[in-house]
Design a protein around this ligand. Structure first.
Ligand SMILES: [Zn+2]
Ligand SMILES: [Zn+2]
Length: 72
């Protein structure tokens, strides 16, 4: 049994909060600073991370280089 246990996950997209510059799941309220993000008209920066370890990954990556999670 040389085969590794392949963890499965997905690529999670996070958006940047204009107030605290933290990256959060796309929600209406920042989970970090509590500011309301409903009416923001500014361009929002986003990034994609591994759902398992939250390491930055390319949005078209097939697996996480950090923890080995396979994205389905
Ligand atoms: Zn915030
Ligand atoms: Zn990972």
């Amino acid at each position: 049994m040389a085969e590794q246990d392949r963890k499965e996950g997905f690529i999670e997209e996070l958006v940047e909060c204009h107030f605290c510059a933290g990256f959060i799941p796309d929600e209406f309220k920042c989970i970090l600073c509590g500011e309301d993000l409903l009416d923001t008209e500014m361009t929002t920066r986003t990034k994609t991370v591994c759902s398992n370890c939250r390491t930055d990954v390319n949005e078209d990556a097939e697996e996480c280089l950090n923890c080995g999670t396979a994205f389905t």
